[in-house]
Ligand binder design. Structure first.
Ligand code: UD1
Length: 415
């Protein structure tokens, strides 16, 4: 599949079960290598990033099977070979295999994940966390080589609450004797989900969801069964789609508590939002209007991953909104494409000011995961038939985005 054809102007209506969270399942699959035997992961979304992670597990000697949304990972035999560039490339989250392999085999070797489409994405905090635990890290010819012979628990202080560095530190600390404290830890729901899985495996770990995580390492671990949480970013994208196209949609399988910042902005923009413990409903009878500045921030702030879909929804509303992107440098690559659809967006560095107005169809290209999803959101509201290329980015993070939107009444077809 290479392109989507989207006819805008149809309001959305219906119910949708939200997929499992991409950003949870990737570190959880890596964590499965911590214990010999077969772990079972439910609510595992069908994404190209998940397929790439399963390929890495196979390369490391695991046996992997998938049936529907359940994945079995048998990590009885794990060999700590090098994960080559071909598998690491394009999927930065694979860097958490460093912590997982250090825990299981006391050593790890990966190709450097490098930068990506969001701008430079260093791993200095990941490596600092591992070095603090006594890991000897060397970077040779594009490879990161970690030796963990003298690993011991320590206090790790993160200067930025990096999601990946927190996960890497949690995974490494599980296999390291002594107590590790991660101070300044990321508080994303996906960190709590990883903690739940590690606890189910027998790890002594607490504090996820707060800025301090404590791990008593060295406990013998066993395989476990776990159900991944619902994907709050996919949910935010569907809510923005309903905000842009109008209509009435209920999302199930998602915790509204994970979406507090997004729901508060959508309510301010005029959407009628109702929640129950496992669902969110949105009713949009009129175009969204401009809101107070939206500043992306670590959880529980407004998620950077929802910035592009929200911007697309507000582009086709009324009134002005200022966005401040604080997490990544190159996260406005969707702006030029939205402009091709008639959007009024002025960008100056980290700041983008959007003034809502009706959009028209255009040929547009997605160049990153959330930016491509944002173009779908805009096309659902735009007058005429749009054509979106770069759909491969969408497949990294959304399971059957087009099928789900068609089920809600949208006209979106792969061509
Ligand atoms: C994760 C998410 C991604 C989300 C991001 C921020 C996964 C698979 N991906 O990415 O969808 O957009 O969190 O919520 O979970 N940083 C450093 N040095 C480091 C690590 C990070 O300077 O060693 C900086 C980054 O450049 C960025 C900030 O810290 O400015 C946050 O990045 P981080 O939380 O690490 O993002 P990821 O874990 O890569």
């Amino acid at each position: 599949m290479c392109e989507f054809e989207i006819t805008g102007g149809r309001p959305l209506a219906g119910r949708l079960a939200v997929q499992g969270a991409k950003n949870s399942v990737l570190p959880i699959l890596a964590a499965a290598v911590l214990a010999p035997g077969e772990s079972v992961i439910h609510n595992c979304p069908d994404l190209t990033d998940v397929a790439a992670t399963l390929d890495i597990l196979r390369l490391l000697g695991c046996t992997v099977a998938r049936e529907g949304d359940t994945v079995q990972v048998d990590a009885s035999r794990v060999r700590c070979g090098c994960v080559p560039e071909k598998l690491m490339g394009g999927m930065r989250s694979s860097v958490v295999f460093l912590g997982a392999l250090l825990s299981r085999c006391g050593g790890a070797e990966l190709s450097y994940p490098g930068g990506c489409e969001l701008g430079p994405r260093p791993i200095d905090l990941h490596l600092m966390a591992l070095r603090t635990l006594g890991v000897k890290v060397s970077e040779e010819g594009g490879q990161v080589v970690c030796r963990g012979d003298g690993m011991r628990g320590e206090q790790i202080c993160l200067s930025i609450p990096s999601v990946g560095a927190t996960e890497n530190a949690m995974l490494a600390a599980c296999g390291c004797p002594g107590v590790t404290t991660i101070v300044g830890a990321a508080r994303e729901p996906e960190i709590e989900d990883l903690q739940s899985f590690l606890r189910a495996m027998g790890a002594r770990i607490e504090g996820a969801g707060s800025p301090v995580i404590r791990i008593e390492g060295g406990a013998p671990l066993h395989p476990a069964e776990h159900t991944v949480i619902g994907d709050r970013i996919a949910a935010a994208t569907y809510l923005c789609a309903a905000g842009a196209a109008g209509g009435c949609v209920t999302l199930t399988g998602v915790d509204p508590g994970h979406l507090t910042a997004v729901l508060s902005v959508l309510r301010e923009a005029g959407a009628d939002i109702q929640t129950t413990p496992g669902s969110v409903s949105i009713l949009c009878a009129a175009p969204l209007y401009g809101v107070r500045p939206v500043r992306t921030a670590p959880h529980p702030g407004f998620p950077t991953d929802a910035q592009a879909p929200l911007m697309a929804a507000l582009c086709c509303g009324t009134g002005a909104t200022m966005f401040v992107e604080n997490m990544f440098l190159s996260r406005y690559r969707h702006v030029g494409e939205l402009t091709r659809m008639g959007a009024d967006i002025q960008v100056d560095g980290r700041v983008a000011v959007v003034t809502g107005r009706p959009l028209h169809a255009a040929r547009v290209r997605g160049s990153d995961l959330r930016g491509a999803a944002a173009l779908v959101v805009a096309a659902l509201a735009a007058r005429g038939v749009s054509r979106l290329s770069g759909v491969n980015h969408i497949l990294r993070g959304y399971q059957d985005l087009d099928g789900n939107l068609r089920a809600l009444g949208a006209q979106i077809y792969p061509v």
